[in-house]
Design a protein around this ligand. Structure first.
Ligand SMILES: [Zn+2]
Ligand SMILES: [Zn+2]
Length: 189
């Protein structure tokens, strides 16, 4: 058995891995921004669940690797201050969210809604924007998980390995920022 979970974009040109040993929290996020991102990429049905939720495995960046297709990896922001939203530009497949710098070692790896290799969903977040009622739960657990994993990555030095940022802290590819019109066109109704 390999020591990674293998993931791929829809067309197969971009491949990434998440370490099986990666500590993390599986979360469903229903926020309008995550829905907007998926819809902008044309993934509003196959990468969101029936209630508009994105499946996100929150872990540390050094757990991710790109064995193939790093040249296709692109970066989007929904606005000038938006989260960094990474995707495979070959076919418009969401990959991950990070903050706008590597200072807090955090990544939210975006999974297909039917992905079952990352344990049960522990957190239901930003449920007010869900398409159908969802009970919010576990947000404190998510925040504590992010902070404790970040602290450990700092202690061990593993935070220095980050596929999304170079050694100077700049993103490996420059972000594209959506205009308000582009953002509005992709927003959930
Ligand atoms: Zn692709
Ligand atoms: Zn979200």
């Amino acid at each position: 058995m390999s020591d990674t979970h293998d993931l791929s974009c829809r067309c197969g040109a971009t491949r990434w891995t998440i370490a099986r040993a990666a500590r993390g929290t599986l979360l469903k996020c229903y926020c309008a921004d995550c829905q907007t991102f998926a819809r902008h990429l044309g993934r509003g049905t196959d990468w969101l669940d029936a209630k508009g939720g994105s499946a996100i495995f929150q872990t540390v960046p050094h757990s991710l690797g790109f064995p193939d297709g790093m040249a296709h990896v692109a970066l989007l922001r929904l606005g000038p201050k938006g989260l960094f939203r990474w995707y495979a530009a070959c076919c418009g497949t969401p990959i991950a969210n990070t903050l706008s710098g590597p200072g807090l070692p955090f990544v939210g790896a975006i999974l297909r809604p039917d992905e079952d290799r990352f344990g049960p969903v522990r957190v239901w977040a930003n449920t007010a924007a869900a398409r159908a009622p969802v009970k919010a739960s576990g947000l404190a657990r998510a925040v504590l998980g992010v902070l404790s994993r970040a602290a450990q990555a700092r202690l061990t030095g593993s935070y220095r390995t980050n596929p999304f940022f170079d050694a100077a802290g700049a993103p490996v590819t420059p972000p594209t920022i959506l205009s308000k019109a582009e953002r509005d066109a992709a927003r959930p109704h």
